[in-house]
Design a protein around this ligand. Structure first.
Ligand code: GAR
Length: 197
């Protein structure tokens, strides 16, 4: 059984979808929920469920990413994760950290990569007039929102969509895509999965 550490910064709805899928014959189990935000909703939820949690606040490290990442490594190492899932973890990681976890760390991003790396993906999709939008699960490399794609889920953009309505529909798709991709990844299957809504 693979041990999975999930990193988040916010509500953690993707983390919940991952944890809820990791039962029965699933090849992985959650070993840790980690956050840079002590008050992240996802941390409270994991605690209630009896899943170990750890926090390293990024603020005291003010730009010293190497020291921040060293602190993360120190906190997570005792849990012996095999896989790290970034699930709304809103801190950039350096190449030193991503190299250490190469082939063992995955992320979900709310756009159809390679389109719209970074923030405000829903607004940028609407501004561009795209007719389809969605989310991507990919292996994490040193470049932000880059790396081999493990799966994508797409939907149709509606005429009257706003960044908020799009975000809500894409988030629901994320909850389908991420567990499906983690399951495959834990089994060693890296063939991209394609979901069309
Ligand atoms: C999700 O939409 C995720 O794709 C996005 O943050 C949200 C977290 O929601 N991640 C990124 O933008 C990463 N750059 P959640 O906390 O409810 O899972």
């Amino acid at each position: 059984t693979k041990r999975v550490a999930i990193f988040l910064s916010g509500g953690g709805s993707n983390m919940r979808a991952l944890v809820e899928d990791m039962t029965g014959d699933h090849p992985a189990r959650p070993c840790l929920v980690f956050s840079n935000q002590a008050d992240a909703g996802g941390i409270a939820w994991a605690k209630e469920r009896g899943i170990p949690t750890e926090v390293v606040d990024h603020r005291p490290y003010k730009g010293d990413r190497a020291a921040f990442e060293a602190a993360i490594t120190e906190k997570i190492t005792p849990y012996k994760p095999d896989i790290i899932c970034l699930a709304g973890f809103m801190r950039k990681l350096t190449g030193a950290f991503t190299d250490q976890w190469a082939g063992r760390m995955i992320n979900i991003h709310p756009s159809l990569l390679p389109k719209y790396r970074g923030l405000h993906t829903h607004a940028r999709t609407l501004e561009a007039g795209d007719t389809r939008h969605g989310c991507t699960v990919h292996e994490v490399t040193a470049e932000l929102d880059d790396g081999p794609i493990l799966g994508q889920a797409s939907l149709e953009v509606h005429q009257d969509d706003t960044p908020e309505t799009l975000a809500a529909r894409v988030l629901k798709l994320e909850h389908q895509l991420y567990p499906a991709c983690l399951r495959r990844f834990a089994e060693g299957n890296r063939e991209p999965l394609c979901i069309k809504a």
